[in-house]
Design a protein. Structure first.
Length: 297
């Protein structure tokens, strides 16, 4: 049975709100999400029962049922602390908002251009009183297009609250989300959450049908991709019983380093490793990995 949750949207500062709904692990649920360009736009907080400190929550994304109309665009800003307008926000003379209409497996942009529908979920994060507006080890606005139907996002819950917010579905988005927007659209998210007890600390991980995606968000791009690579090296060394140096050399041959998003205060990088090299992800969740120092703001 699928339970629908159509909670009203909440803004970024929602950690003090009561739970909008309580989810049982393993129970499939449909959750309403809202366009990421609206404010407020997140759904939640939602809470998963039976979570203890040090557990990992696995969010299995079965499907995204997208609304028929969304929009895309570009926002200007001159405020250095507000990155949401995209990389070129200070070069634009005015904002741009375009209409996106879904027709079967295609999106018609302003009645002129056509792009394929490639749905993904931009925001899923554990609720914390700090850093909720930016992606970090708790998840958040990861904007990783690999978190698509058929994939799973793993988040480490160090405090064991089991609380999360969800939203920011896209009908299509390129790596980097360089304008600060994908095709922003509301959706029904078909989701199941499982709980893995007593895991080691880790950054967000996405499992796709073909790859294990190591994610990391930091205040500098170098810190983000360095931590993601370090995590993957330790996972590869554990699985293949290799020393650090050999695992590092092998990873350079089989992995792909890409950018997820560069429009937050903390850019997110991802390292895609073929899952055939890493084995069951449940084993990786127990691997101890160093937390590298990062450059503060």
């Amino acid at each position: 049975m699928v339970d629908p949750i159509a909670a009203p949207p909440v803004d970024l500062d929602c950690h003090n709100l009561p739970d909008a709904a309580i989810l049982q692990p393993g129970r499939r649920t449909r959750i309403r999400t809202w366009p990421g360009s609206d404010c407020p736009f997140l759904t939640g907080p939602l809470r998963v029962e039976g979570v203890s400190p040090g557990d990992t929550l696995a969010f299995h994304l079965h499907a995204l049922e997208l609304d028929p109309v969304g929009h895309y665009g570009f926002a200007t800003t001159t405020k250095p602390w507000e990155p949401w307008g995209g990389v070129l926000r200070e070069s634009a003379d005015q904002e741009y908002a375009g209409r996106a209409e879904l027709r079967s497996d295609q999106v018609i942009l302003d009645g002129q251009h056509v792009v394929p529908v490639v749905p993904m979920l931009g925001w899923l994060g554990l609720v914390r009183p700090e850093l909720i507006a930016d992606p970090w080890d708790h998840g958040g606005n990861l904007d990783t297009k690999e978190f698509a139907p058929g994939s799973t996002l793993y988040l480490y819950d160090e405090i064991g609250s089991g609380r999360f917010v969800i939203g920011d579905a896209h009908a299509a988005m390129g790596d980097g989300e360089i304008s600060g927007q994908g095709i922003e659209i509301a959706s029904w998210c078909d989701l199941t959450v499982e709980v893995t007890p007593a895991t080691s600390p880790h950054r967000p991980i996405v499992r796709t049908p073909d790859a294990i995606v190591h994610l990391c968000s930091r205040f500098t791009e170098r810190d983000a991709y360095t931590q993601a690579i370090s995590d993957a090296v330790h996972h590869l060394g554990f699985t293949q019983q290799l020393g650090f140096e050999q695992a590092n050399a092998l990873l350079s041959l089989i992995a792909d380093l890409r950018v997820s998003s560069v429009v937050s205060h903390s850019p997110t990088y991802k390292l895609l490793v073929p899952s055939s090299w890493l084995g069951p992800i449940e084993n990786l969740l127990t691997v101890e990995k160093p937390l590298l120092p990062y450059t503060p703001r």
